[in-house]
Design a protein around this ligand. Sequence first.
Ligand code: SF4
Length: 435
Amino acid sequence: MDITTRLHLLDTARRAYQADTALSAADRSFHRSARATAQALVTITDCEEQLAATRHLSQAMAASAALDDARQAHRDCTGRRRKADSRRRRAFTASRRANRELAALYRPHARGRGTGGKRLSSVTAGLLDELVAMPLDLIQAADVLLVQSSGGKDSLVMLHRIATWAARAGCTDKVVVVHCDLGENSEWPGVRKLAQRQAERYGLRFVAVDSTGGLLGLVEKRGMFPDAARRLCTASLKRDRANVLLTEIVAALGLDRQVLVLNCMGLRAAESPARSKKSPLSIDTRTSNNKRLVLTWHPILDLSETAVWQTIADETLEYHPAYDALMPRLSCVFCVLAGFDVLVRAVRLCWALDLPLPEQYTDLEARIGHRFKDQYSLADVVAEARHVEEREGRLTWTRGDALRTHLGGEAAAAYLERMADYESDAYLERLTLVV
Ligand code: SF4
């Protein structure tokens, strides 16, 4: 099966999936309206009984009015149920048509693929597995590759992988590196410029998307901090804005056919149980439509943290100095998903760099009356950071400490030597974080 056929099948699977989802939603809506209709009928019976039992004129008038209201409510519910029923029938027909179309398209290619049942999920998973094993063909077939870069170590290695494949496929011009800039009140200094330099090293187009107010602004507006269960920060500060850009980029291509977008992210399975369940390649059913098929690609899903640092060392990639202060991730300075010890270290790093963030965040916490986390407040984190500083003194680090920790002194020394050759003046100038 050639790649065009695979992608056509995948888009047919996407339509079948969306039709099935629409059918489930229509089904739920019908059952809701049916329950409301039944309840309205019960209310009518109650009102009729009350009216029959009433002896006084004023009470009879009130009961009669209530009965009229109940009958009207029942008529409204019945109307809604009829509409929901016809929506459900239409959704059922669309779902059946989409699934039949998929089965008919897939049948000639099904032999030997072990998907005899032709279930939508197994057909889709099989196609995605095949596509992820042929990255150069996938890149050649794509119209645009978006590389979502935070500027952190995982984004950096993912960018290196994609840029290398794109160069081999002769498709560097299709790659756009997207950086969501959360601003100085959320992130460590220099992240945006670093992300830009990382992209420019490969000659790739770089686009920064601004997030007005950043995490601090979001918390101020909502009056509460996000948490792992309600992680609105990622959606509203990053994903939603990146999706607006995606729409603009697709429109700018001006193609009168469906566009294939590869949306690349630097997630790794080893980072968390949730991430370990991700697939290397999946259809973004939320963003895909008849104008664009968006595939979410996790090209470094299988890499360990050591492998990431090894690639950085081997390829002399420029990483953010916050890693040398042994911050494990280049996320928001006070990420709501970070553990207590990491947050304590972040506070100490802010103090070492003269950043006002600990004060700004603890002030905000006091003002809105909502704790940073259920288990502890940021004020608790700051208090612990003070104790640690009393015991250990100010936080210090030296350039290359991240590599020393993960790969050993020899690897760090070799990296620093090579890095000194690589745009040395500019690099040293930027290392303002190192004391
Ligand atoms: S880095 Fe943490 S706090 Fe910042 S947007 Fe992501 S999850 Fe939210």
